[in-house]
Design a binder for this molecule. Structure first.
Ligand SMILES: Cc1cc2nc3c(=O)[nH]c(=O)nc-3n(C[C@H](O)[C@H](O)[C@H](O)COP(=O)(O)OP(=O)(O)OC[C@H]3O[C@@H](n4cnc5c(N)ncnc54)[C@H](O)[C@@H]3O)c2cc1C
Length: 311
């Protein structure tokens, strides 16, 4: 992992740093490079532009670690409204939504899991009515078992619900085996949180090796793998493994983040691959931006300039 990754993730938890960054206008280049805007209109416009380029989308209403029940309910309602507007704009089934369970109540004291499951059901129902689907984002390792438990419950009624697994966790190869069954949509990513050695590989090469082992399990299995990476090596390896396991184009998909390697997204789509872009939007862009920055410290100097010029 980059030497700067952990310091940036730690700095991002400081309240003073957060207020400094949050004072940036949303139109600042460092933000719009990763987030199309704060409003539903901005994300619908971005989704339509992607569709024009032959790209699918998964939309994420930014916000995590919701601390109160009203906020969890408001987030679920915002997803329902987003799905309604996506369908009305004719953007489904090409666009779906990604949901963080912590944003819909998972970590609330007492009945957090129950609350998140109920809200997730409401969103899944709205997605089905809109001709769309839901994928449950994966957050830090303390929530993995809870998230997979909620996924199991949801899939009883909504088997199309997507899961996310993170290759940096030691447990993930085994989770891939458990989820590689017919109809199971599984996004494989490297993982974006600051995790301890006891549960996660720390070395970049070890994470990559785990990613390839997981890829093999998913591509050899019966499910629908969603290969979420910008890494040119992982993309090449996916291509050759898809050939080895007799996977036709369209029986898996690539996923990348909004604003990251857009030319590669279009190149893969032009080659006949299914490519879906993860499009985050909303006012709570701070945590998301910090994780992207930690992954790409090359952007740090651009970021510091934005911070002090306040343009
Ligand atoms: C669609 C999608 C959904 C995700 N969902 C989750 C989730 O639910 N939970 C979670 O923990 N994480 C999630 N992530 C984040 C993921 O875990 C990684 O943190 C992130 O994708 C960076 O890993 P990487 O595979 O791109 O490779 P890295 O190891 O970060 O980068 C490898 C190589 O990719 C290229 N590259 C990477 N970033 C850039 C860039 N900005 N510009 C140009 N080239 C670049 C470079 O060549 C780099 O050397 C998601 C990622 C994607 C794409």
């Amino acid at each position: 992992m980059s030497l700067l990754r952990q310091p940036i993730l730690l700095l991002s938890r400081s309240d003073r740093f957060k207020s400094l960054v949050s004072a940036l206008p949303v139109t600042s280049g460092i933000i719009t490079g990763y987030v199309p805007g704060e409003s539903t209109d901005s994300v619908l416009a971005a989704t339509a532009r992607l569709a024009d380029d032959g790209l699918k989308a998964t939309l994420d209403l930014l916000g995590e670690d919701t601390q109160d029940a009203d906020q969890a309910e408001a987030t679920a309602a915002a997803y329902v409204e987003l799905l309604r507007r996506l369908a009305a704009a004719g953007l489904t089934p090409g666009a779906e939504v990604s949901v963080k369970l912590s944003a819909i109540g998972q970590t609330l004291p007492g009945h957090g899991e129950k609350t998140a499951l109920e809200h997730a059901r409401t969103i899944c129902r709205a997605a089905r009515n809109a001709g769309s689907t839901v994928t449950l984002d994966m957050e830090d390792h303390t929530t993995t078992d809870s998230t997979l438990g909620i996924l199991r419950e949801l899939r009883k009624d909504f088997p199309e619900t997507g899961a996310v697994l993170q290759a940096y966790l030691h447990r993930t190869e085994s989770d891939c085996r458990a989820l590689a069954y017919e109809g199971s949509r599984v996004r494989l990513c490297k993982g974006a949180y600051h995790e301890p050695e006891s549960v996660a590989f720390q070395d970049r090469l070890e994470v990559d090796k785990s990613y390839v082992r997981c890829l093999k399990v998913l591509l050899a299995g019966q499910g629908y793998p969603m290969i979420a990476t910008h890494d040119p090596r992982m993309i090449r390896i996916t291509g050759s493994l898809a050939g080895r396991y007799g996977r036709a184009q369209g029986s898996y998909e690539y996923q990348m983040l909004y604003g990251v390697r857009p030319e590669e997204q279009k190149r893969l789509a032009a080659a006949g691959e299914t490519v879906r872009v993860y499009v985050p939007y909303g006012q709570e862009w701070y945590g998301y931006l910090m994780r992207r920055l930690a992954e790409r410290p090359q952007n740090l100097s651009f970021f510091v300039t934005s911070l002090f010029s306040k343009k």
